[in-house]
Ligand binder design. Sequence first.
Ligand code: AMP
Length: 559
Amino acid sequence: MEPEPSFAHMGLDGRLLQAIAELGWAKPTLIQEKAIPLALEGKDLLARARTGSGKTAAYAIPLLQHLLQVKMSPLVTEQAVRGLVLVPTKELGQQVLQMIRQLTAYCSRDVRVADVSGQVDMSAQRPILMEKPDVVVGTPSRVLAHLQGHSLSLRHSLEVLVLDEADLLFSFGFEEDLKNLLCHFPKIYQSFLMSATFSEEVQALKELVLHNPVTLKLQESQLPEAAQLCQYQIRCAGEEDKFLLLYALLKLGLVRGKAILFVSTVERGYRLKLFLEQFSIPACVLNAELPVQSRCHIISQFNRGFYDYIVATDEQVLAEPTVRAKRRKGAKGAKAEKGKDPEYGVARGIDFQNVATIINFDPPPSVESYIHRAGRTARADNPGTALTFVTHPECPLLAEIEEALAGESTEPVLRPYQFRMEEVEGLRYRCRDAMRSVTKQAIKEARLREIKEELLNSEKLKTYFEDNPHDLRLLRHDRPLHPAIIKPHLRNVPEYLVPPTLRAIAQPLLNKRKRRKHLAPSSSRPRGGFQARGGRNPLRSFQYMGRRPRRPANKGKTS
Ligand code: AMP
């Protein structure tokens, strides 16, 4: 019998094992099991790894092991930057930094790490780099700028290079920067290239940076098994039905725990936020127009359970890679013009934790985007649900996604979610009323106000909250944007509007506030919230096929 894979058998430094134990990781994930031993042998690696597979630790653990070994050697006395992790987005940079910090919890004096991907002024990062942290994390453009500005030198010190989300590195138009970076590297170093896809660009990148690599194409499906990730589709007659359905699902408590609501544009994101606001359902919009600190703050507050719903756009995923590349090459002009940050990406890379459900309010533009959106839930060993709303014109796209995901299987991958819209007809009037209040002008104002507020927050975050981390929680991102149109009576769903067949499982948020008082932040509640009621997931159990037949009057009587 094959022995169970374990971290203990990998010959890792005790301090790393201690940190892994503290993280509660019982065993390596598939990618870690395969990649770590090969990396420890000194091999270059090209690994296809989906987000949520544990890919960050798959390269971080061998990198840290190498650094600890080097630093224990009596021959090595000089402090130097020996590891470089290139990431496509600032958000991913933060996340990698956090992961490495967690893994170095017991050797933080021996191995230091710095993230230079943030939008902080270059001059503020210089003193950090002067101290020569053992690992530098950054976007190619920022790292190149530091190399060219002589605040960083890698020519004689780089030993391990990582390209994380390598396919995105190319599609964000970093290829020129990457080529220029190579001139600053030594001739020999070990490289790891992690990518969700093996596109032509990744092949090109492989030629540039890898030397006789071992390729790991793990026999892992792109999304977790059906037992872990439930995937549903819901047919909607039109736009109004989408809003009505979402209102019903959230307000009746059929979607529990934290959820990400994906929409196709920023404008739609704010439309949805303002719509939900009227029912006192707080949500925050994550989009490329916001300053980077705000975005990271929103994600970290969401992860810590301060609020349950994030409305997200994944514009970078929507654009064709070549278009994206050109947009960025067109220099920062495009950035200034659109006010959007080209290094922003929600569906990829960012680690949202304990997301119970993702809802494709607008359908994903491609199969790849679907996979990455759905991959935000059911991460590591947690269960999750992906719900996709589909209107008639969107059916062909859904069929494409289904075909790509089905593989050999004849079973539908996205099972129909049985929901009788007529049962929530009683809520339609309220829904229509709320939709009407969300005018174009209201959206425009809300967007502007949020950018202004977040810019202000961002400055505050940078300076004040560095000294007062506890006050961070005071800055909430899900405050109502348009308080004037909030109608207090819409906060609750009166009993008579809850469909009778749903009363047993529905949990209208009548007393949510009251209940919340007694609850810890949702991150410390049972995962996904679904277990909150005797382990039942209402989405799973909700086979809503109509009223139950009445019990026959003579039941129990003998004839
Ligand atoms: P990643 O694919 O690197 O974004 O990791 C996804 C999530 O899986 C992160 O929240 C990690 O903390 C978690 N994770 C990584 N490795 C393991 C493991 N061996 N066991 C359990 N969780 C893990």
